[in-house]
Every structure is written in structure tokens, then in C-alpha cells.
Design a protein around this ligand. Structure first.
Ligand SMILES: [Zn+2]
Length: 148
């Protein structure tokens, strides 16, 4: 049975202090109040939010949850590395030449954010780029051009 990640439920980091957990909980509770949901229907499962807060604000239960969470999530990443959505030729990226910083290439992700890779990274052998918006990855296909 999958245990919900209470930190993800509240949208806080696993290192979040107590007061931050309470703040995050209050924000979610307020956001899901019927009076406030006319424009943005709450997707929040308030029962889960309350459960998350109950566990994370109790040092003993939080420690137990942390221990279990670590054992659930500490598995090493699969040898294949990040899951790559697709391979894209570098030619599909938009080049952004600049005198000051290394030349960057960007590619719009379907989430609206951009994959960004710099010439420095490409020269260092980077061929997988993560999207900061949705966490997906694309592989970058390019040929190394040897300078003469
Ligand atoms: Zn994205």
C-alpha cells in the first residue's frame, strides 16, 4: 500500500520546520474553504491535508514517517537514469548567443517552461536536459564538431 507523501501533500520540504508546516496546512485549509472555491475549485483532499499536518506536527509520528519515507524513497535511481521523454536534435533548440555568458540553447517544454542547455554543458558531455517546470527530461542529440 502506498503511503502518501505528507510533505508533498502540504507542499513543503522534508526539512520544513513546524511553523512552516502549520502555515502550509492553514493555507490549504483556507484555499479549500467553500467560500473561496468559486473561482478555483479545490483539488485538495482536505482529509489528507489534515492527516499530513497531524503526523508532521507530532515529533514522534513525524520521525516514524520520515524513517518509513526514507526506506520507501531511498532506492537508488534506475541505472537508465532519468526517464527521457524524447530525444531532440540540438537543431530544434533555439540558440541564444551572448557575449557574456556561455551560449545557451532553449527548447520550450509542453508545460510552458524551457529546457536550457549551455555550450559549456554540451562540451562537458551533457546530453540530457531536465525541465525546471515539470521535471521531464529530453535527450539532446548533437554532433561534436572538432575545431581545427
Ligand atoms: Zn516541462
Amino acid at each position: 500500500m502506498a503511503q502518501p507523501d505528507y510533505y508533498a501533500v502540504l507542499g513543503v520540504l522534508p526539512t520544513a520546520p513546524d511553523d512552516e508546516i502549520t502555515r502550509a496546512w492553514r493555507r490549504l485549509v483556507l484555499a479549500s474553504h467553500p467560500d473561496k472555491t468559486r473561482t478555483a475549485p479545490a483539488q485538495t483532499d482536505i482529509r489528507l491535508v489534515n492527516e499530513a499536518r497531524a503526523v508532521l506536527s507530532d515529533p514522534v509520528r513525524r520521525a516514524a514517517f520520515d524513517a518509513q519515507r526514507v526506506s520507501n524513497h531511498a532506492a537508488p535511481p534506475p541505472p537508465s537514469g532519468p526517464r527521457i521523454r524524447e530525444h531532440v536534435s540540438l537543431e530544434a533548440f533555439t540558440a541564444h548567443p551572448s557575449a557574456e555568458e556561455p551560449e545557451r540553447f532553449t527548447l520550450e517544454c509542453r508545460c510552458g517552461q524551457e529546457y536550457v542547455v549551455t555550450v559549456d554543458e554540451l562540451e562537458a558531455g551533457v546530453d540530457v536536459v531536465g525541465c525546471p517546470g515539470c521535471g521531464e527530461y529530453v535527450g539532446v542529440d548533437y554532433e561534436v564538431v572538432e575545431e581545427e
